[in-house]
Design a protein around this ligand. Structure first.
Ligand code: GCO
Length: 264
């Protein structure tokens, strides 16, 4: 068996929110493992075209689709187009997400709802419209991108934590309902990574930057490429008996209570 367990040749993977950041890093990893990649964004066709160029540099077979993951009709149409124009989706990565950092007592209900909509409801919408083809093929892989906030709270990210906590349980329920169809549904929980989402809190001298370096046993921010291995594992035959598992790629954050700031 060996390395062929991790070979994704002949598979088609849809990665939502993959024009940049963690989504792009995951999609590149799956592409370099042999999968045909379908990238998605909702901001502009230009952003999708620029991202396609990045994937082409890696000689990855890639197609781009612009749709809003929170809009069920757009999702349904896009998935029909992908399946008819390219191939049925074998691997779905629900990565698209937003965050709004506001103390709960100050947060507008509309903003709270928007975070839940993008980060929790859209993985349900996209999975609901992809899973029928996986059921008919009697195989499939769904990976939901969770977070440290699937396990831990933090000041100002209450809506995001509620969404990512819910996404952990949605992952387990999808696994419960769809494992009988030989569909494995799991999650990846990234720790703190150097992306556009964390650019603000990574600024030199920002107290949070120092905090994360201290709170992470690996004593550094993650590099998005560090997620590719976990994604390839959960998207490949190597994980055919792994169901409902959240694989944390966090440099050890969840393994520790942390240490006093003056301790090496
Ligand atoms: C924050 C960060 C986190 C990370 C990631 C951690 O404000 O705390 O943005 O949410 O992005 O989700 O797993």
């Amino acid at each position: 068996m060996g390395l062929s367990l991790f070979d994704l040749k002949g598979k088609t993977a849809l990665v939502t929110g993959s024009t940049h950041g963690l989504g792009m890093a995951i999609a590149k990893g799956l592409g370099e493992a042999g999968a045909t990649i379908i990238i998605n964004g909702n901001s502009s066709q230009e952003k999708i075209d620029n991202a396609l160029n990045e994937y082409h540099k890696k000689k990855i077979q890639v197609f781009g689709f612009k749709f809003d993951v929170t809009n069920e009709q757009e999702v349904k149409t896009a998935i029909q187009e992908i399946s008819s124009q390219i191939a049925p989706i074998d691997i779905l990565i629900n990565n698209a997400g937003i965050i709004k950092r506001t103390p709960l007592e100050e947060m507008k209900v509309a903003d709270f709802r928007q975070v839940i909509d993008v980060d929790l409801v859209s993985p349900f919408i996209v999975s609901k419209h992809v899973v029928p083809q996986m059921i008919s093929k009697k195989e499939g892989k769904i990976i939901n991108i969770c977070s440290m906030m699937s396990e831990l709270g933090r000041n100002t990210v209450g809506a995001y934590a509620a969404a990512k906590g819910g996404l952990k349980m949605l992952t387990r329920n999808m696994a419960t309902e769809w494992a009988k169809h030989n569909i494995q549904v799991n999650g990846i929980g990234p720790g703190y990574f150097a992306t556009s989402q964390t650019a603000l809190i990574r600024e030199k001298g920002h107290p949070f930057n120092e905090f994360i370096i201290g709170r992470t046993p690996a004593a550094k921010w993650g590099n998005p490429d560090d997620l590719a291995g976990a994604a390839i594992f959960l998207a490949s035959k190597a994980s055919d008996f792994v169901n409902g598992h959240i694989l944390y790629v966090d440099g050890g954050i969840l393994a520790t209570i942390g240490k006093p700031s003056n301790e090496i």
